[in-house]
Design a binder for this molecule. Structure first.
Ligand SMILES: NC(=O)c1ccc[n+]([C@@H]2O[C@H](COP(=O)([O-])OP(=O)(O)OC[C@H]3O[C@@H](n4cnc5c(N)ncnc54)[C@H](OP(=O)(O)O)[C@@H]3O)[C@@H](O)[C@H]2O)c1
Length: 368
């Protein structure tokens, strides 16, 4: 069964563009000599959502200083001791004028015009521009994508509304916008897959440990061999700060290696951390589809049983990416989930409802 862009983006993760700007997606380089181990001045565009706070903490842990730039709408009181410049990426960048930083991390670029504006303004004043993109930039999710794979395009490049359909092509155009303002040697483009771990407000990954904890008869999609790829938010943060310290330039898929995790290992991990058993009922994707249940949307993280899909991790691994075991991500995510107020966790934002799951299992057993 084919992966549609909508499915992939809904799941959240939800070449030509870069080539057009002269920015080589194939070119990447790692300078193993740290610019400076300590005391870098970093600017984060965003910083108070999910991935931002992990990057802030990793930077501070390493002795760097951090300035945040945001509108003050999300978790505004999270870092009271940090310098925060209030502004809006949509035409409100004046607070950044005349300031210099060793590097900027752009976590909040979804609209090409916004990225072009910030990259243009900051180009003379930053040593490195790290753009957080996404694997959603790729054109085809039914192949194994490396960093040189074809990128998604959009018919009307002036569109600024971010939807399931436009998110990936717009991120590709954002990469292009950054590349047209920042020289190759100063630009780092990170393409994470599903970012998971403490603070993940999408409730996608946590569906599986929660499901394992309820035990009983559990619907598990596809087969135990089906590949899944995620990245722990703390490993992303680590690689991001590394890329600044070590002047890592170029484009990087940030994923765990294909084959390192499957739905079968995820089940074992979830059962181990919850110390629960239960009966896993593996239901094939065609039957799930016949019941209106789709990978990525109703069953997060998993897509289908095609063994030839995903994203290569080789380049990032060579540049120093370290992926912690998925079991650790699941354990820490569940602990974070359990610390949330009851009104937040009462209705998870992703995954099958227990009622729908029971219906599908019953239909599957009847069919056999
Ligand atoms: N979650 C995933 O699985 C996943 C996967 C792949 C890639 N990504 C990428 O990861 C990034 C998102 O991570 P995150 O939400 O955790 O980022 P974040 O940087 O932690 O949070 C978003 C930040 O951007 C600020 N912001 C939003 N709109 C703004 C605007 N118009 N002007 C100024 N500041 C603005 C928000 O603050 P205010 O609201 O106060 O302005 C907030 O601080 C995105 O680039 C996304 O494409 C995510």
């Amino acid at each position: 069964m084919k992966n549609s862009r909508r499915d992939f983006i809904k799941a959240g993760a939800i070449g030509a563009a870069l080539a057009a700007t002269g920015f080589s997606a194939t070119g990447y380089a790692v300078d193993n000599e740290p610019v400076s181990k300590k005391g870098l001045k970093l600017l984060i565009l965003g910083g108070t959502g999910f991935i931002g706070p992990h990057m802030v903490r990793e930077a501070l842990r390493r002795g760097h200083s951090v300035t945040l730039f945001n509108r003050g709408r999300s978790n505004a009181s999270l870092f009271p001791d940090l310098e925060t410049i209030r502004g809006d990426r949509d035409g409100g960048l004046s607070g950044l004028q005349g300031r210099k930083w060793d590097a900027v991390i752009d976590n909040s670029g979804y609209v090409p015009r916004h990225v072009a504006d910030s990259a243009h303004l900051l180009a003379p004043n930053v040593g490195r521009y790290v753009f957080v993109s996404s694997v959603s930039v790729y054109a085809d999710f039914d192949i194994v994508n490396n960093e040189d794979s074809r990128l998604a395009t959009i018919a009307d490049e002036t569109v600024e509304e971010v939807t399931g359909e436009t998110y990936g092509p717009l991120k590709a155009l954002c990469e292009q916008a950054a590349a047209s303002e920042i020289s190759n040697d100063k630009l780092t483009v990170l393409r994470p897959t599903y970012i998971c771990g403490p603070g993940d407000h999408t409730d996608r990954f946590v569906y599986w440990p929660l499901r394992a904890r309820r035990a009983g008869r559990m619907l598990w999609p596809g087969t135990p061999q089906d590949i899944i790829q995620v990245i722990d938010v703390r490993d992303l943060a680590h690689f991001t700060i590394d890329s600044i310290e070590r002047q890592v330039q170029g484009v990087y898929n940030l994923v765990n290696p294909r084959g390192a995790s499957t739905m079968g290992t995820l089940l074992r991990d979830c059962q181990a951390i919850t110390a629960r058993g239960g009966e896993a009922i593996w239901i094939d994707e065609a039957f799930l589809a016949s019941q209106g249940v789709h990978g990525g949307v109703d069953l997060p993280i998993w897509f289908n049983s095609n063994p030839a899909i995903g994203f290569t991790a080789d380049r990032a691994l060579r540049a120093g990416l370290h992926n912690r075991p998925v079991r650790e991500t699941a354990r820490d995510l569940l602990a974070w989930w359990d610390s949330l107020p009851r009104q937040r966790t009462a209705k998870p934002r992703a995954g099958l409802s227990p009622m729908k799951e029971a219906e599908v299992i019953a239909a599957w057993r009847k069919r056999r």
